[in-house]
Design a protein around this ligand. Sequence first.
Ligand SMILES: Nc1nc2c(ncn2[C@@H]2O[C@H](COP(=O)(O)OP(=O)(O)OP(=O)(O)O)[C@@H](O)[C@H]2O)c(=O)[nH]1
Ligand SMILES: [Mg+2]
Length: 449
Amino acid sequence: MIPTIVIVGRPNVGKSTLFNRLTRSRDAIVADMPGLTRDRHYGRGRIGYKSYIVVDTGGLEPVTPEGVMQVMAQQTLLAIDEADAIVFMVDGRQGLTTQDRGIADQLRKTGRKVWLVVNKAEGMQPATVSAEFHELALGDPLAISAAHGEGVGDLAELITTGFPDRPEVEEDDDTAPEKRPRIAIVGRPNVGKSTLVNSLLGEERVVVFDQPGTTRDSIYIDFERAGQNYTLIDTAGVRRRGNVTDAIEKFSVIKTLQAIEDANVVVLVLDARDQVVDQDAHIAGYIVEAGRALVVALNKWDGLRPEQRESAKHSLERTLTFIDYAPIHYISALAGTGIKGLLEAVERAYRAAMVKLPTPRLTRALEAAIARQAPPRGGAFRPKMRYAHQGGSNPPRIIIHGTGLTRVPASYRRYLEHFFRDAFELMGTPLKIEFRQGQNPYDKRRDRR
Ligand SMILES: Nc1nc2c(ncn2[C@@H]2O[C@H](COP(=O)(O)OP(=O)(O)OP(=O)(O)O)[C@@H](O)[C@H]2O)c(=O)[nH]1
Ligand SMILES: [Mg+2]
């Protein structure tokens, strides 16, 4: 499970500034997805081989009339509870305040390890600026400047020391014993996730729903349907066996994000009787950012009048414009309609996400794409693309080698993505297109001939 770093602290100490530093990404998928909706409270980050989720708790809570957060409220406490690392940020220029003491008291009560970070310390002696914060009794304060990036790298190294190494993409591992798709069922509370899980598992489910566990555990369920094996990652938080539809769903954003990270294919469940809202779009944005294959299930489709169906479709298209790769399925989890089609789409998306494309085939497709439409000149240069190879799966990463590639515009990258998608029938998965400059052995061999 991907670890989570939660940043807490009173307003204006610089939490969002640190969040931006820790989540800065030059991800090709994200850069090229116009209109992508991202929730700036939750982000993904990476340092070396360590990947993590970062939560910025500033703004998680409704602001009180006085505009101050007296105590940490529900969402923040939940995030702390589910965090693997807690960063408590104070302001080195303002010094220690009553509110800092209040937050420190609450943090100490959790009994958890807390990284006490003194921000805005640029141009100051670390020892001097940190001195007064020792009294918070949360260990040695670490002086940083989030705005200037000073000490941020060291802080990130320190925090992530115990985190597991996680490959960014699944490298080609034909030896992997398990070839069963891992499917995460995600969505807001009450959209019908639990009912869908139930419907997928059918009658003979052998599931321990009532296994105790902390809130951050998702439930992994192996099941077989029509001769095919799957693992379901259930984020619905159903606690009791039996009447699943009546159970109360506990919604945890962190758990949802972790399940997305751990899946090959995500089924995003939406409620056709409700507007598609920002929270849906934020989850969808995260799925795209994580590069996961996606199938959208518009649930509760049964018994809707034609105009309601039209309106639901429009609401969906308006909000999720940025997802052009995901098939949409209209289902009724309760009536069990559309489930077969949904699973087939999951299967297709899984195959697409895990596809293996040999270099000659990729290079031929690249040549065909260029023949149909060459990349535009950038200044005096025309980018020259020589060959393509696959760098990984889940999502498929296509690496294009050549010269002048820094000048390839985002629109051309999208053109290539669509071309490859059509050529190899890659439905349901994002594609990562990366450019790599310079010499390669392939060229040398050619020159010698
Ligand atoms: N001098 C200095 N200013 C900083 C630093 N980090 C952040 N700031 C400034 O402090 C102000 C608040 O920063 P934010 O990152 O928005 O603070 P926040 O904790 O997210 O605030 P809330 O979300 O309202 O709780 C901004 O004007 C930042 O530019 C720093 O390292 N040094
Ligand atoms: Mg903020």
